[in-house]
Design a protein around this ligand. Structure first.
Ligand SMILES: [Zn+2]
Length: 401
């Protein structure tokens, strides 16, 4: 199971089924986008590249029009070699993970095809409410910046009956902790199941927001995961009650990949010295860095970060890769309006994306976590400017006046 270094047992069955779901939208001029939501920790670059190529080949849908959004549940399977430093796994277990990853890719490809094949006339409504269970995990609770918004998109048949609900929230999907060893979609999984129960026939899809530095509060039990999931479903229902028609019938998509620079990595002798460290994760990370130097002559000191923006009528959605801290969502909404929907964990989940504030403060999201993601070190101070300039360029393309 993916997400916790402290979890040493393999999954003991399924507590709540994990889903891949797809919402395909097409405007009157034939522009299409597909938003895939996955009850997974995240995808890696190679997985996204393979999926995007397969979807382009099979369905003629471009990379800019496919959003692969993970819920960041920590009670799902390990995908590809993500967070390899964090896990003690045998070669046979890594082989099994690679095979399972390929099976999941095939399933995602299929669900994209099914969604595209079932396009029919719809009308859209959007709204927003809030839920209060996310707390900034870098400060005592309550305290520190949060984003409690619950943005909602309702997809309805011309007669008003509902087909799908897309909803978001900015909080780590980690109500369940390392002792929990069954597959489960965490609070986002409960909220989706609850909404599908309350609205028979509807598909509910979850988009994780910039909740990298946010945790559910309190957390640590099945009782609490059900409590938070239902609180989020209640918030979605409140937003649906006040949702207004999306104005405009055009679908616009923009996509770019920005390069996030890391601070300069230490020389090889530093990694060699760390092979003797008392911390096994530091030793495994150092081994990974030395292997990269032996193979490529250097460690990879930058990270490609895919960024998407969609204009769905007058609704603007920004979807960022990585584990993005809440400062980004707050900054984007300050600049572009509070109705802007900001998602993260889209396409690749390569590590934490701190703001300059969080980077300077340090700590887990500021740089320490990059060890587990197998990166050489923290991002450089340019990280926030690079991300925000990327977003600015995309929104300039998709926003209506
Ligand atoms: Zn995380």
């Amino acid at each position: 199971m993916g997400g916790f270094a402290a979890r040493k047992e393999p999954a003991q069955g399924v507590a709540l089924p994990l889903h891949a779901k797809a919402l395909a939208l097409e405007d009157t001029q034939g522009h299409r986008v597909v938003i895939v939501t996955l009850d997974l920790l995240g995808l890696t670059g190679p997985v996204v590249d393979r999926l995007a190529a397969a979807v382009e080949r099979r369905y003629r849908l471009g990379r800019d029009r496919l959003l692969l959004c993970s819920s960041h549940t920590h009670s799902g399977p390990v995908i590809d070699d993500q967070l390899a430093v964090a896990y003690d796994l045998s070669r046979a277990q890594w082989d099994a993970i690679r095979a399972a990853t390929r099976r999941i890719e095939t399933q995602v490809e299929e669900v994209v095809g099914k969604a595209l094949a079932s396009i029919r006339p719809v009308r859209l409504r959007s709204g927003q409410s809030s839920a209060a269970f996310a707390g900034n995990r870098r400060t005592a609770f309550p305290g520190g910046p949060t984003d409690h918004a619950v943005p909602v998109l309702s997809v309805e048949r011309p007669d008003g009956s509902r087909l799908a609900i897309l909803f978001g929230y900015a909080c780590h999907n980690t109500t369940l902790t390392a002792e929990f060893v069954r597959y489960h979609g965490d609070y986002a999984g409960v909220a989706q199941a609850e909404l599908e129960h309350r609205h028979p026939g509807v598909t509910a899809l979850f988009l994780a927001g910039c909740g990298a530095d946010q945790n559910p509060s309190p957390r640590g039990s099945v009782e609490l995961v059900n409590q938070h999931g239902k609180a989020l479903a209640d918030a979605v229902d409140r937003a649906l009650g006040e949702a207004r028609p999306v104005a405009g019938d055009q679908l616009r998509a923009a996509f770019t990949t920005v390069t996030l620079d890391c601070s300069p990595p230490p020389p090889a002798e530093t990694w060699r010295a760390r092979l003797q460290d008392s911390n096994p994760y530091v030793r495994r990370h150092a081994r990974l860095m030395l292997d990269a130097i032996a193979r490529d002559g250097q460690v990879q000191a930058s990270e490609p970060a895919p960024l998407h923006a969609l204009g769905i009528g007058d609704l603007n959605l920004v979807a960022l890769s990585g584990e993005v801290v809440v400062d980004y969502a707050l900054a984007i909404k300050r600049t572009y309006g509070s109705s802007t929907w900001v998602a993260a964990y889209t396409d690749t989940v390569f590590g934490y994306v701190p703001s300059v504030r969080v980077l300077r403060e340090g700590g887990y999201e500021g740089g320490e976590a990059l060890l587990y993601f197998g990166r050489p070190g923290p991002f450089a101070d340019s990280v926030e400017r690079t991300m925000m300039e990327g977003v600015e360029g995309l929104l300039a393309t998709v926003r209506t006046a």
